[in-house]
Every structure is written in C-alpha cells, then in structure tokens.
Design a protein around this ligand. Structure first.
Ligand code: GLN
Length: 487
C-alpha cells in the first residue's frame, strides 16, 4: 500500500516513475475521508486543493523539474496554520468560518516546495490542551485504540500521519503539543529550537514558547520537512539568522559511539507508569549497546516547570486572544447588541470554549496590577533557572533522554474534566519548552495495552541536525517506527 510508505520512500518512488503523485494522493485522500468519521483527525479535508497540486506536480515530474523532495507528497497542516483561501479555524467556534487572506510562512514554504495539502487537522482550541478533546470540532481518536485520545494539542496531525492519510504533517509545540501526540500515536515528532521555524501566520498561543515542527513516520522524513521549513523569516523577528544545516546529510553521521546521554533523575519519579519506564529504559539500553554512555544527571528545577508554565502560558495567551472581538472577522454573536461592549462580551462568551476561558481568566489575573510581580515576574525568574539547568547539563552530556509523558494514551473523557491531571501529562515536555531547546519524540515500544510509547531526546539550541542523527541511529537499529495501526 502506498500509504504505508515513508515520505523518503514515496519521494524516491515518484522520482523513479513507480507511481504518480495523483495515485498516491488519491489513496491518501481516500483514507483521510474514509477514516475521518472514526478518527476525526481532520477539521477540513482539502480534496480539490490536493488533486490540483498533485496534477501540477506530476506535470513537473514529467518535465524533469520537481521542486524538492516534498514535491507531490501529501502532507497536512494543523488548523492553526493559516492558509490563503482555505478555512483556518484554530478549532474554535470564534474562527469557525474564518478564511485567511494570506498564507503562514510555513504553508507558503511548503507550497513552494510542492506540497499536496490533504487538509487541516484537528487540535485543541487555540492549541490549549493535551488531548485534542478541547476542540469545537469534536475529539480526535487514537488510531491504535479508538476509545483513547490521540494526545494534543496537535492530535489531528499525529493521528493523520499514523493512519496513513498523509506522509507528513505540521504541528505546533508550546509545552509539548508535538511530542505528546507523537508519543501517543506512535510516530516521530520534532519540537524545534525556539526561533528555528517562522511562526508568522500561525495563530499565536504563548508567544515566548510557541514553535512549529513536523510529524512523520521516521526521523529521516522529519529531516526532509525541516529542510524546507527551517530558517530566518523577515516576518518573524525571533527567527535567528543561524545557518540551516543539511539535515539529511547530518543523518549519515548516525554513529552514537561515545555519545554521552544524560539521564535526569527528576524524570523517573512517582507517577511514571511502570510500562513507560520499562520501555524508555529499554531504549536507553539499546543506545548503550550501540556504544553510547549513560550519565546520571540532575535537573533540579524540573519540579517547578508545570507550575510556572501555567502562569506564563495563560498570561501570554490572554494577551494574544484579546484580538478576537468579532469586529473585523470571526463569529457574529447571536442576540441583541445594544452597545459596542455587548458585542465584545457576546462574541467572546459564545465563541470561546471552557478551557480557553479558564486560561484567559488565569492569564488576566496573573498580569493584573499587584499580581504581576508576585506571579508573572517570579515565574520568568524560575524559567531562567530551568534554562540554566539545561545549560549546566549540556556542559557534561550531548543529549538528555527521558519519557515523553508519564503514561501511554488515556481514555477519552478520563481527564477532560480534571484540568490538573491533564496539565500533569506535560510535566516531562514543558521543561524543554521553557529552555527553548529542541526535543524529539520517537516510538520506542508498546505498553501492555498495545499502545505506542515515545522516547524523548533533548539537545542544545540549534542542534536539531545532531538530535535527529541520534534519533535516526535508533531507527536504524529498531523497528518500532515501522508498525501500523489496524484500521
Ligand atoms: N498541553 C499543553 C497545554 O495545554 C501544551 C499545549 C501546546 O503545546 N500547545 O497548554
């Protein structure tokens, strides 16, 4: 089946003339549409857009003028990535009918590389959540077990790749939203260094933390996507002018002999499920067998990460979401509007979901006069200490390995009414977000319930090329990334 190919295999197959992009696209669209009633991975499947792009790509192939390794390859975008002329909802009622007049930089770059867009994937509303249950468009189901969540907030993107409806997908990660769903759905996902990929045109959640990155079956595939999306952008001043390495070439150096792997004791604590611990430790032993050295380390400020994230993130979110007032675009509220203020109140009351409202309230509270110093400023100081934890660790080790989350995918409904237990799912992903360092999630086995589990690998800022080489080495030695869910 073409849908079981990796991006690299498909790209090579297309070049060798084994099939056309149109055939590949038709198969993947068929799955995207056919499986959506069960999975709800997509908010919008863009069949016409995809077929047109596939046709154009086949034309280029015939003329020997393919644009990139991604040309003709079906891919999906999380629905908070704005796409010109295509509805972009951020999974919110407030933007349910919003059709952007422009492309996000990431969409623009992928378009120029020949992307075949299969559709816009489901997410928690404005990326606020860890399970894709807080979407105004319904829950995304896990392809490995439909009664379970796909993780979040980029759950739609992860499920779309895992289910073979596209070869790669773009997600965003503010506190774990690429890594967690990658782990829960058994695919590879990369959270990049803050400032490595332009956020221009991607709906902002928490601006000092947001990052854009790829999902795919393998790390090799992530490298192909990164090559297109990474780099400086004049429209996003946080994208630093750091040269973009040749990511695929860097994978050739996949030897981990002598690699120093930090194993932080703060990540192997009470609450970590026995299954996850066993699989993650097993993966680390595999690295040891390949010649790496495990070094016990400590990241002492880890324990404050979740607490300060839930101050900093809502503060920034509340500021970012203040623009949704229903004046220029977005929901037109139902009911009688007498004064301008009614329009604001009614738009926001009817347009935002529960979880987003909870965060706006927390955010405006921690930013209000008198509390700013006590909460926000203090949280930012602790954030610096967390960053220093990583700086210190990387003096002694090359990468850090940890579980992605304390458990495998949980049941739909299990945590959605218990925000605190939901927030704790991110205890192992938030610290790297605070430090702005890159982190990879790759499949490392299955729990006793048959659910995929991910290994998190963290490395210093702007070392995605080395990080992916370390991940690739594991995928050369193991087969976990080759398993498919039965759908
Ligand atoms: N689950 C986290 C949250 O709810 C992270 C979200 C994200 O990375 N977008 O905020």
């Amino acid at each position: 089946m073409l849908s079981e190919l990796t991006l690299k295999e498909a790209s090579e197959g297309l070049r060798a003339g084994k099939f056309k992009s149109a055939e590949l696209t038709e198969e993947m669209l068929g799955r995207a549409e056919g499986l959506n009633p069960e999975l709800n991975a997509y908010i919008t499947v863009t069949g016409d857009v995809a077929r047109k792009a596939a046709g154009e790509s086949d034309q280029r192939a015939q003329n020997g003028g393919l644009l990139s390794a991604l040309d003709g390859m079906p891919g999906a975008l999380k629905d908070i990535v704005n796409t010109k002329g295509i509805r972009s909802t951020s999974a919110s009622k407030i933007l349910a009918n919003f059709v952007p007049p422009y492309n996000a930089t990431v969409a623009e770059k992928l378009g120029q590389a020949g992307m075949v867009l299969t559709g816009k994937t489901n997410t928690d509303e404005f990326a606020c959540g860890g399970s894709t249950e807080y979407s105004a468009f319904g829950v995304t189901h896990n392809p490995w077990d439909l009664s379970r969540v796909a993780g979040g907030s980029s759950g739609g993107s992860a499920a779309a790749v895992a289910a073979g409806t596209c070869l790669y997908a773009i997600g965003t990660d503010t506190g774990g939203s690429i890594r967690l769903p990658a782990s829960f759905c058994g695919v590879s996902g990369l959270k990049v260094t803050y400032g490595r990929v332009s956020r221009s045109g991607v709906t902002a959640m928490a601006s000092s933390l947001d990052s854009i990155g790829p999902f795919a079956k393998t790390v090799e595939d992530l490298a192909l996507v990164m090559q297109v999306i990474a780099g400086n952008d004049v429209k996003d001043s946080t994208t630093l002018r750091v040269a973009v390495p040749d990511y695929t070439a860097a994978l050739k150096d996949a030897s981990v002999k002598g690699l120093r792997i930090g194993v932080p004791k703060e990540y192997f604590v009470e609450g970590l499920s026995a299954d996850v611990e066993k699989l993650v430790r097993g993966a680390m032993s595999e690295y040891e067998r390949m010649g790496a050295k495990l070094v016990p380390i400590s990241l002492p400020y880890t324990k404050y990460a979740v607490a300060i994230y839930y101050i900093i993130m809502p503060a920034e979110l509340s500021a970012n979401l203040s623009r949704y007032d229903g004046i220029r675009y977005g929901l037109k509220p139902e009911g009688e509007i007498n004064e301008l203020i009614d329009q604001y109140y009614m738009t926001r009351d009817q347009g935002f979901g529960q979880e987003v409202k909870r965060r706006i309230l927390t955010g405006t509270y921690v930013l209000s006069a008198g509390y700013f110093d006590a909460y926000y400023r203090k949280a930012m100081k602790v954030r610096t200490l967390i960053k220093q934890d990583f700086d210190n660790a990387f003096k002694d080790v090359d990468v850090i390995m940890t579980p992605v989350s304390p458990t495998a995918a949980f049941k739909i409904g299990e945590k959605s009414n218990d925000p605190l237990s939901m927030y704790l799912e991110d205890a192992f992903t938030i610290p790297a977000s605070m430090a702005g360092v890159p982190a990879l999630s790759i499949p490392c086995g299955f729990s006793s319930d048959g659910l995929p589990v991910g290994l998190q690998i963290i490395s210093p800022q702007f070392s995605e090329h080395k990080l992916m080489a370390v991940g690739h080495a594991y995928q050369l030695a193991t087969d976990w990334h080759k398993k498919f869910p039965k759908l």
